[in-house]
Design a protein around this ligand. Structure first.
Ligand SMILES: [Zn+2]
Length: 260
């Protein structure tokens, strides 16, 4: 995998015959107390954890899948710039037919609806979402229920993307394995929520993990899978642009963002 271009709000990478575009929705500032058993290791900005909010578009030249949609106007003014990031990257919102959701939290799901209440992706045909999270397709989001594809086990999204349940952060938390030749990119949603702490200390739990034991076990299993040759990771809250390679580091792991 190699980086082709990077700007403040979009960055593109080549993974075998696929193009992966990281798209910035914005950032979140959260209290460090959300990290449990944490003793001052986290990198803070003005006393808060600053987390990037990233989405990813994968394109084979004919088909494209958008993984996560940002927060739109559902949360706060520091998020919701995904449509602008897509436009700047030359990715037309009208061309999106497939959206793959890692989990049904606001900063991943609510970008299905534009701030004016219209559909953000007017040509949308399928929304992949993990079993257990589909109940969040309610209220304004209920209009997408008829297009939901519920992920209950490994499921091909395209010939080069497979949905894999990775429960814990939410009941339906799902990761997407993008593969081309011998290369894999695991788009892992919120498996690691706070990169400045949880690579080195994957046992540190995040308060908002619905099932902390399950989330911890998935984090350990996925980190272990990612140290294999040919594997790369993309994370919704990894530091912009959210893509790197996992290496073993002492008793934990580290994220290498220089892909060479
Ligand atoms: Zn999140």
């Amino acid at each position: 995998m190699r980086k082709i271009t990077e700007s403040a709000h979009h960055a593109s990478f080549e993974l075998g015959g696929l193009t992966v575009v990281a798209l910035l929705d914005g950032h979140l500032d959260l209290p460090p107390s959300r990290l449990l058993d944490e003793d001052g290791r986290a990198a803070l900005v003005d006393g808060r954890l600053r987390l990037s909010v990233n989405a990813f578009l994968v394109d084979d030249g004919e088909r494209r899948v958008l993984v996560d949609t940002g927060a739109s106007n559902s949360w706060g003014p520091t998020m919701g710039r995904l449509p602008e990031s897509m436009a700047a990257a030359g990715a037309d919102r009208e061309s999106i037919t497939d959206v793959a959701i890692t989990h049904a939290h606001l900063d991943h799901l609510n970008g299905l609806i534009a701030p004016d209440g219209s559909d953000a992706f007017p040509a949308l045909e399928r929304v992949f979402i993990g079993s257990g999270d589909e109940g969040r397709l309610s209220g304004d989001l209920a209009r997408f229920r008829d297009r939901a594809v519920i992920v209950t086990g490994p499921l091909p999204v395209t010939p080069w993307m497979t949905a894999l349940p990775a429960r814990g952060h939410t009941p339906g938390h799902t990761v997407y394995d993008v593969h081309s030749g011998a290369s894999h990119l695991l788009i892992w949603g919120d498996t690691v929520h706070v990169p400045s702490v949880q690579f080195e200390h994957p046992e540190v739990a995040w308060e908002l993990d619905a099932d902390r034991e399950l989330a911890r076990a998935e984090r350990a299993a996925l980190l272990e899978r990612l140290v294999a040759p040919g594997y790369f990771v993309a994370g919704a809250h990894l530091d912009w642009p959210g893509i790197g390679r996992v290496v073993r580091d002492g008793s934990g792991y580290a994220l290498v963002t220089d892909l060479g």
